[in-house]
Design a protein around this ligand. Sequence first.
Ligand code: EPU
Length: 422
Amino acid sequence: MKKLIIRGGKALNGEININGAKNSTVALIPAAILADSEVVLEGVPDIQDVHSLLEILDEFHVKTSFENNILKIDPSQMQSIPMPTGKIQSLRASYYFMGATLSKFGEGVIGLPGGCFLGPRPIDQHVKAFRALGAVVEDEYGVITLSTPEGLNGNRIYMDVVSVGATINTILASVRAKGKTIIENAAREPEIIDLVTLLNKMGAKIRGAGTSVIRIEGVDRLEGTTHTIIPDRIEAGTYISVAVAMGNEIKINNVIFEHIESFIAKLNEMGAKMEIGEDSILVHRSDDLKMVSLKTQPYPGFATDLQQPLTPVLIKASGKGTITDTIYPQRVKHIPELNRMGANIKVDGDIIRVEGPADLTGAPVRASDLRAGACLVIAGLMADGVTEITGVDNILRGYSNIVEKLQEVGADIQMIEDDEQE
Ligand code: EPU
């Protein structure tokens, strides 16, 4: 079992480089299989979720090579293979193979996704969209079987909830459908723009990405291309939180400020000292932080994925504040762990109530999901004494070289292998 051991309390200095976005990459890889020839993705993060997707591609007979953050995907020999169980169930994003195999083969069998437990994560909007395009969708004990007795035909689809996953799956399923598809109430996340940029380079005809109405004119075929993935706004927000919590002066490189504007606005409200550069953010030592309240919302609102990494920073601030996660109200598993370290936080129905400042002390804690893990790493860096984090695989799913990146700025953090079973 892997463990992270952090000796906290050290002031941090230096630079941190941000990778390509995980949530873009996990959509772009399934999108790449729609091409008839090789797709090259640059800036691909070396994270567990990417390796899981590569294993799935291998099972589909798609050839790949992954070196120096460059991923080459050759789908020319891909076969339509049912995947009811196995690796496909290990990550949430593998559900993009539903839209992608529908588009490529007019069929697919995909075991329901795993991924972080954040409360219920229904896929009703994905299924509604597939059916609107003419697919027959059956769900038997969590295995989704898709077929298209009469092909896929464009349609007008209104999303009842703003969903990143359902928007992406609908784009994938409709990109080669006959005629025009219009997605209304679409999600507007930068990752959707990135996906559409890739697909359009491959020959798709998609307009409106980044707005709530996306128009897709179906095309017959898509070709290989080369594409660089956008920077990871959640990784950037995580390291900015590290910098505000413990930095003397830390520069975060490869950041698109506009993608984290709502997050930066909250930090400004707290009194954090930052300088925004062209593609970097310099964070100065920030004392006397003020408590704030925040509500997560679909993009461009405050990202649910940054709620947990920002929580340790709130613990440093004076006063009372609330966090309301309107996307995943049950994303609260980090709270008992933070309290074990000395925080004063209550979960009150769907509202998290924080009272600060509180001094944190190192303790054994468990990362129940990816962003809870990021939160606990930051808390560990802030705490007096030693913090021991288990559930490390959850963190490695989405943060590449997290130990090395933090060591580079002076953190006392190590990953060890312990014989004990988790
Ligand atoms: N929803 C439905 N029905 C659906 C789909 C979604 O009710 O058919 C609801 C969800 O339950 C949720 C809301 O709609 O309340 C938004 O969910 P969305 O579909 O946007 O989330 P997702 O696509 O499953 C992606 C990211 C998450 C991130 C959310 C929200 C990926 C692979 N995952 O998930 O990222 O939290 O969008 O921005 O892109 C993470 O990186 O740690 C992570 C969990």
